[in-house]
Design a protein. Sequence first.
Length: 281
Amino acid sequence: MPKKHLPSTVYEDVTELPPSRTARNRVKRAAHSAGLAVEDQLEPSLGVDEARSSRFLGVEGATVSFGQGDARIWPLRGVSVMFERGKLSLVMGPSGSGKTTLLSMLGCLLSPDEGSVFVDDVLVNQLSETEKTAIRQKKIGFVFQAFRLFHSLSAIDNVALGFELRDPKQSQRLEMARQLLDQFGLGDKCNQEPNELSPGERQRVAVARALAGDPPILLADEPTASLDAQAGRNICQILRNQVDEHGRTVVVVSHDPRWRKFADRTITLCDGQVEQEERNL
């Protein structure tokens, strides 16, 4: 089996789903079943062999390569960086510096050729794909640059699905989803589908869904890229509040310099290596 594997999850961007209510219900039932299956796998498996360490979130000696021969490239070369619990960390750098590759490893979406990846004090290199999926479902919220919304579900149903996946017994998920959308200024867009929303509105729905179910870790890839100036600042403050008010650990990959004012720490990557680290707050 190749070391680098990008498993499919229920958060994938599905563009061909039929728009009927029956189809929507099938999506929800499938996601519900997936959530239950993951819940069954998480605690027993990790309880047997947790591969514990003192490292909360990060990579150690991580090298990642793609391609072969003369076409081979190394997005990351022997990178070691740890992220503190309950802090907002910003990862910056030019395009191709390895930012998204690093984020993918933290999210258990990519395994390094060499080195170790730790998530919530667990050495995830030693876990099966099922166990990695369990960690993603229970512990990590994702915000992707491409939104990854279900196109046949309304905004509120997309966010409610996040609650359902993390806690299938949650009976107030629609109301909780509505509250999150209200925080993002989308209270009047709850019943609209993604193709009826602007790119900025879709991104805000994606951020709201990432926060559904209160995951302890939030990984965000360019979360303000599709937002105007004021909306971008609002998102920065909302994610900052997730750290200050809820103790969440947030890692943001971005070219947006406004994040420096909201981050505890900035890590700059260049040519696949850590070029600089600085404390902001």
